[in-house]
Design a protein around this ligand. Structure first.
Ligand SMILES: *Cc1c(COP(=O)(O)O)cnc(C)c1O
Length: 393
């Protein structure tokens, strides 16, 4: 296996050289003022990227999955009822975790390819007069299908029902790549990880808590130890962790968030939108369909492309061209392949991915014309140029 090519999986994403270097630092005393000078600016940057003025940010040595566990175990108690839609593999896995923690999950089964059904949530919450539902869980961007959900609409549904439940949001494959508005959307806990929009190696769970969510912590009785945010708060107050932190990755996250803020959040989002539009133009030119059912659901970080030869495309890319695309997961396994287009990604990189996807598709017998998708994406990319995407390379 050679490593010259970028990856086009929806995480882990490509790591810019400057961030690889930032993760590689000499040993720093992790209970020193020197560590505090990395930690505190990093936490402030993450808060800015979440678009929050007041969220408490916690960064655990873990992954997005540990972020899920942090969100539920710090705010909920055994037997609590929570509401969640299942519309892909990642929502499915968070539901499974809730059940293993002894929560009672009201699951709204939703076609894979659709978004979180805010209207159905409003009905369910309105009927929950006794406010037994303690939290609404939502996957902002379903990485398995390439579907983005409208979290503002979920918040409106909760408000329309005058329901006091917490809103816990998985933004693992959206935060730092697509607009995420912690304060405006009334998010109580946001969860992400280091290896997607933040362009770092895997290894960090990144979590934001609202004051309302923080106030639930003392009364929440789900078992937790490593992920107890109260221990982390005490650590941060003394420039440290309750245990040995992943100092290199934390320095990487400081550098990554500096890079994102230097490019400008809105420019980062526009870059992802433009690259994604090129991918979608290619898919249309191939005569194929996306898994996402309608344009309002199109994700700007990952596209699921419907074809029964999806697995063969992914296999061919790996075997023949040293390139990685995403396979189908769960219910859509064998029905699609995925192109990840988030993180450190440029128009030119994307064109190489589309050109290689075309070779793989023709190789495995899919009836498309070589160059057709590339040309369609080129038309999108020529319209704007990539001058403002410089900081991402
Ligand atoms: C990747 C991903 C996760 C899981 O994150 P890990 O870091 O692999 O634990 C959770 N949710 C979504 C939406 C993801 O894309």
């Amino acid at each position: 296996m050679r490593f010259q090519n970028p990856v086009f999986i929806p995480g882990p994403t490509n790591i810019p050289e400057v961030l690889r270097a930032a993760c590689n630092i000499p040993t720093v005393d992790h209970r020193s003022a020197a560590f505090g000078k990395i930690l505190h600016p990093m936490l402030a940057n993450v808060r800015t990227i979440l678009k929050s003025d007041s969220a408490s940010i916690f960064v655990f040595p873990s992954t997005g999955t540990g972020g899920w566990e942090t969100a539920i175990s710090n705010t909920l108690s055994a037997g609590d009822k929570v509401l969640m839609a299942r519309n892909g593999m990642f929502s499915h896995k968070w539901i499974d975790m809730c059940r293993r923690f002894g929560l009672e999950v009201h699951v709204v089964e939703t076609p894979w390819g659709q978004g979180v059904p805010a209207d159905a949530f409003e009905t369910i919450l309105s009927e929950d007069k006794g406010h037994e539902i303690k939290a609404v869980l939502a996957t902002h961007n379903e990485t398995a299908t390439g579907v983005v959900s409208d979290i503002a609409a979920v918040r409106r549904a909760m408000d329309a029902a005058s329901h006091p439940a917490l809103l816990l949001v998985d933004g693992v494959s959206s935060i730092a790549s697509m607009d995420f508005r912690f304060d405006d959307w009334g998010v109580d806990v946001a969860v992400t990880g280091s290896q997607k929009g933040f362009m770092l190696p895997p290894g960090l769970a990144i979590v934001g808590f609202s004051e309302k969510a923080r106030a639930c912590v003392p009364g929440a009785d789900l078992p937790r130890c490593f992920f107890d945010i109260r221990d982390m708060e005490k650590g941060y107050a003394a420039n440290g962790y309750p245990y040995t932190p992943a100092v290199g990755l934390i320095n990487g996250l400081k550098a990554s968030t500096d890079l994102l803020l230097e490019e400008g959040l809105e420019n980062v989002f526009a870059r992802h939108a433009r690259i994604a539009e090129g991918v979608r133009a290619a898919v249309a030119a191939w005569g194929l369909k996306l898994c996402a059912h309608s344009p309002d659901l199109y994700s700007n970080t990952v596209s699921g492309i419907m074809t029964p030869a999806g697995n063969a495309v992914v296999q061919r890319a790996s075997d023949r061209y040293d390139m990685a695309f995403g396979a189908g997961l769960g219910e859509v396994a064998g029905k699609l392949f995925r192109i990840g287009h988030l993180g450190s990604m440029t128009d030119a990189m994307m064109l190489s991915g589309l050109a290689t996807a075309e070779m793989c598709m023709v190789d495995v017998g899919i009836d498309i014309t070589l160059g057709s998708g590339v040309a369609a994406a080129q038309a999108v990319y020529r319209r704007e140029g990539t001058g403002h995407a410089k900081a991402a390379a």
